[in-house]
Structures are given as structure tokens and as C-alpha cells.
Design a protein around this ligand. Structure first.
Ligand SMILES: NC(=O)c1ccc[n+]([C@@H]2O[C@H](COP(=O)([O-])OP(=O)(O)OC[C@H]3O[C@@H](n4cnc5c(N)ncnc54)[C@H](O)[C@@H]3O)[C@@H](O)[C@H]2O)c1
Ligand SMILES: N[C@H](CO)Cc1c[nH]c[nH+]1
Ligand SMILES: [Zn+2]
Length: 467
């Protein structure tokens, strides 16, 4: 069966459905569009059709959990994830012994892969630790900046359509490297057991997690953000999730810190004539299989590649176990776009600010400098995105939906706070006093000025007494 992606090819013209915008992707007309309609085209507006409904559902869950605590969490968990959650015997908390037995239940190949990946991730994240800063002036002023770990952090490990032990590593390790003393992990209970997925629990054991709850979706975010009778609230939330999780994080932001809104995955592949269409199709599907809302775009300077990619997608999709999810994602957010030049393709990337960029071009290193808005960039045909999902050591929790315009991927800094300190000597204060008092008076804040002058008066009184 020939499936239809977001673009159709009636009478030799390629139409690209790009969010809600339909545009002609024939190279010369695409170029015209670029100049005409940049804001609409390039801010890849991956808003979901079900956004309003999902937002209403999430608001209801958040309100309910803040008002009724554990009881609401149980009720929503029973409704959305695990019917047994309202039974009196059900416990959200997962004990370390249960996590340990999940680890013991893994085959040794998976244990070794998780261990090796966690070492690589730890090494890369340890390299991100910040040093303290201190500067001093000749007049005795000392200014410093120190970093302190956030005290209590909640990590969300998704577990609806798929379980992500890799996401446990990606969130927990930077928090541990930062020195966070209390890390609590949540992940949805699975049908049948009422526990998080065994692979997620096993990864938690590997990293020494001691506090974990079988909780998912907006109810998990609400419980962590506001606390319930049995779950103490956290200071910051981290971790990706589906639309409901992302919307819930957006709503609680401010009441609790959040890392970023990492929602359904997306990839932009920049390809020239040297690229292998089978690789491109495989890499597009690697994102599309995540979620019906995932996105996969190829921007190519080789129009002849488009047909080959389409054929490869059809072929690979036909044998993909998660075909239904991938097909929905491609029909909503899949696209192949032709561009005149690599520079134009990179402009598409920059304006879309995608989560992942793959550079399947002859000289990827030359493109790197031109990209300024993306989550992570994968350079060359042997660095496909799943390398970063699992193993390279860079973080896979990355800004989605264009939020790479202002946000970065998860790192150690997300679990640290900076604090400044200031230390003046008497002679420093005397030297700076006039400027400070002038500024305070300009703002009409007399008490501010007085906090300076009272010290000057005392210093001159003491000096006169000495004389
Ligand atoms: N950016 C990243 O780093 C990264 C990493 C891993 C996964 N992901 C993304 O995380 C997402 C995981 O999604 P998932 O669904 O597999 O798991 P999930 O844990 O994020 O979501 C499952 C939860 O959604 C809630 N939910 C489902 N339907 C609902 C409804 N109708 N109303 C209210 N709540 C509802 C349920 O409570 C359930 O626990 C995917 O989009 C994937 O692409 C991103
Ligand atoms: N591609 C996802 C978002 O970066 C991360 C992931 C986890 N497991 C597989 N993939
Ligand atoms: Zn992935």
C-alpha cells in the first residue's frame, strides 16, 4: 500500500503540508515562499489539533490534584493508566528492592549496555561542571559567583507508548553530577503490574535511585509540583513526556522550576546529493515511531532525492512494528522540502529551531557554524540521531516545538543555581558611596541612601575620635 505523507504529488507538483500551511515545495517557488512568508513557514508551528481539548483535560487534573491530593492522583491514575490504582492496597511508591529485582531480571546484554551508556553520559556531563568565579578590585571590592545544586528534583520518565530507560539515565545523571541531594523519579504504572516499566525501574536501580513513584501524565506533574499527603513537592521538575505532560509542565512552571518543554520528538535532516535515501528514511522513521505527534522533515538540495526517500519510507514503513504511530506522525508532521542551496536549507533549520538536526551532506563540519537554533546536531552519515538518544553521551532531553529558539538541551546547569556574593571593605564603601547614594536618591529611595550614609557617618566619627 502506498501511504501518503504530508505532501502530495498531483501533476508533478510537490505540495508540502507544513503545519497548517500548504505550500508548493518546487524549488523555485519554495524560495519565493521563503522570502514571502518566513514567519509562518519557518516557525514550525507544531501545535496539535487536540491542543485545546488536551489543555482543558490537563487543567482539570491539576486543579483536582491541588485540591484533593492523593485521592485525585489515585482517581486519575485509575482512569488513565492503571485501573487498580483506587484499590486500598495499591501503593504509588516503588521500593528500592523492587527496582533491584527489575535490574536482576534484565539480561546481561542490556545491563552492560546501560552501564556503558551511563558511563559515557556521566563523563560528558562531568565536563560541564562550572568553576566558581571571583573578581576583586584594588579598592577591596570582591565579587563572586558560586554554584549550588537544587535541593529536591523530580524526574519524569515517560512510559505510555514506550518505556525509556535511556531517559532515566539522561535526567538522573546530570542531576547527580550537579550534586542534587534528593532525586525523585516518576513513571507511569503499566497495565497488569501497576508498576513502572521494568526497564525504567532497572535503570533507576543502576543509578541508585531511592525514591520512585508509579505515576504518569499530568497527575504526576501536579503531584510533584504541589505535593500531596504522600509525595513531598519538589523544587524543580525535569524530563520529557507526551502532550499532556508537556502542557502540565507549562502550567506549573513558576510554581516549580522546570527544565524545558521537551515534547514529542522531531528531526530535521539536511541532505545533499551525497546522502543515502535509505538512511534518511530510516532516520525519519526513528523519530516518527515515537509518537503520532512526532515530526520528521528532510530538507534537500537534491530534488531527485525526494522520490527515492519517499520510496524508501514506503518500504521501511511496511515492516515497522510501530507502523501505525509512525504513519500518523508522518501524515501530520512529515515533509520533504527542496531548497536551492545548503545555505537556504540551513535557514529553514534555524527558523524552525528543531530538536534534532542531521547533516547528511558532504561537509557537515562546514554547516555546523551556520546553525544557531537547534537541540543537538548530528554530523555526517555515521552519526544518526539514535546514537545520541542512547549512547554518545550528549543529552537526549532537548527542546522541541521551536523552543530551541531560547532553550537548550538538558545539562548539569539545569540542576544548579548560581549565587553571587559581594564583600566590601570600609575603604571600598567610602570610595563607592557617592555613586550609590546618587542612584538611590534618583529613585527616591532615601532609606537605601541612608544605609550607606549611616556607615560613612560612623566611620568618620570613629576616625575623629581616633584623631
Ligand atoms: N525529548 C525527549 O528527550 C524525549 C525522550 C523520550 C521520550 N520523548 C517523548 O515523550 C513522549 C512519551 O509519550 P508516552 O505517551 O509514551 O508516555 P508519557 O509517559 O509521556 O505519557 C503517558 C501519560 O499520558 C497520560 N495520558 C494519556 N492519554 C491521556 C488523556 N487522554 N488525557 C490525559 N492524560 C493522558 C497518562 O496519564 C499517561 O500516564 C513521546 O512523545 C516521546 O517522543 C521525548
Ligand atoms: N529521540 C528521543 C528524544 O530526543 C529520545 C529517545 C529515547 N529513546 C529513544 N529516543
Ligand atoms: Zn528517539
Amino acid at each position: 500500500m502506498k501511504f501518503q505523507l504530508g505532501w502530495l504529488r498531483p501533476s508533478g507538483r510537490a505540495y508540502l503540508r507544513y503545519g497548517h500551511i500548504e505550500l508548493i515545495s518546487r524549488a523555485e517557488e519554495f524560495a519565493v515562499k521563503i522570502r514571502r512568508d518566513t514567519a509562518a513557514l519557518f516557525q514550525w508551528q507544531r501545535t496539535s489539533d487536540s491542543n485545546d481539548a488536551a489543555m482543558a483535560a490537563v487543567r482539570e487534573i491539576l486543579t483536582d490534584v491541588t485540591q484533593r491530593g492523593d485521592e485525585a492522583v489515585r482517581r486519575w491514575t485509575a482512569k488513565l493508566d492503571y485501573p487498580g490504582a483506587t484499590d486500598g492496597s495499591f501503593r504509588f511508591q516503588v521500593s528500592p528492592a523492587v527496582m533491584e529485582s527489575a535490574w536482576n531480571g534484565l539480561d546481561s546484554e542490556l545491563q552492560e549496555a546501560l552501564q556503558a551508556a551511563s558511563q559515557r553520559i556521566r563523563r560528558f556531563h562531568e565536563s560541564q561542571l562550572h568553576g566558581t568565579v571571583e573578581i576583586s578590585d584594588a579598592d577591596g571590592a570582591v565579587l563572586g559567583l558560586v554554584w549550588r545544586p537544587i535541593r529536591r528534583v523530580g524526574v519524569y520518565a515517560p512510559g505510555g507508548r514506550a518505556a525509556y530507560p535511556s531517559t532515566v539515565l539522561m535526567n538522573l545523571i546530570p542531576a547527580q553530577v550537579a550534586g542534587v541531594s534528593e532525586i525523585v523519579l516518576v513513571s507511569p504504572p503499566q497495565q497488569g503490574t501497576g508498576l513502572p516499566h521494568p526497564h525504567v525501574m532497572a535503570a533507576a536501580h543502576l543509578l541508585g535511585v531511592t525514591e520512585m513513584y508509579a505515576l504518569g501524565g499530568a497527575q504526576a506533574i501536579a503531584a510533584l509540583a504541589y505535593g500531596t499527603e504522600s509525595i513531598p513537592r519538589v523544587d524543580k521538575l525535569a524530563g520529557p513526556g507526551n502532550l499532556y505532560v508537556a502542557l502540565a509542565k507549562r502550567l506549573v512552571m513558576g510554581d516549580v522550576g522546570i527544565d524545558s518543554i521537551a515534547g514529542p520528538s522531531e528531526v530535521f535532516i539536511v541532505a545533499d546529493a551525497s546522502a543515502n535515501p535509505n538512511y534518511i528514511a530510516a532516520d525519519m522513521l526513528a523519530q516518527a515511531e515515537h509518537d503520532p505527534e512526532a515530526g520528521a522533515v528532510c530538507v534537500t538540495t537534491a530534488p531527485e532525492l525526494a522520490n527515492a526517500i519517499e520510496a524508501a519510507l514506503t518500504e521501511q514503513l511496511s515492516v515497522l512494528p510501530r507502523r501505525e504511530v509512525a504513519e500518523t506522525a508522518l501524515s501530520k508532521w512529515g515533509a520533504i522540502v527542496t531548497a536551492h542551496s545548503i545555505a537556504e536549507a540551513l535557514e529553514v533549520v534555524n527558523r524552525s529551531a528543531p530538536e534534532h538536526v542531521e547533516l547528511l551532506v558532504e561537509r557537515p563540519e562546514q554547516c555546523l557554524d551556520a546553525i544557531y537554533q537547534a537541540g543537538t546536531i548530528f554530523c555526517g552519515p555515521f552519526s544518526p540521531e539514535p546514537v545520541g538518544d542512547y549512547y554518545a553521551g550528549s543529552n537526549h532531553v532537548l527542546p522541541t516545538h521551536g523552543t530551541a529558539r531560547f532553550a537548550s538541551g538538558l545539562g548539569v546547569a539545569d540542576f544548579l543555581r548560581r549565587m553571587s556574593y559581594v564583600s566590601y571593605q570600609p575603604e571600598t564603601l567610602r570610595a563607592h558611596a557617592n555613586h550609590i547614594m546618587t542612584l538611590a536618591q534618583a529613585e527616591g529611595l532615601d532609606a537605601h541612601a541612608r544605609a550607606i550614609s549611616i556607615r560613612l557617618d560612623e566611620m568618620s566619627g570613629a576616625k575623629e575620635a581616633d584623631d
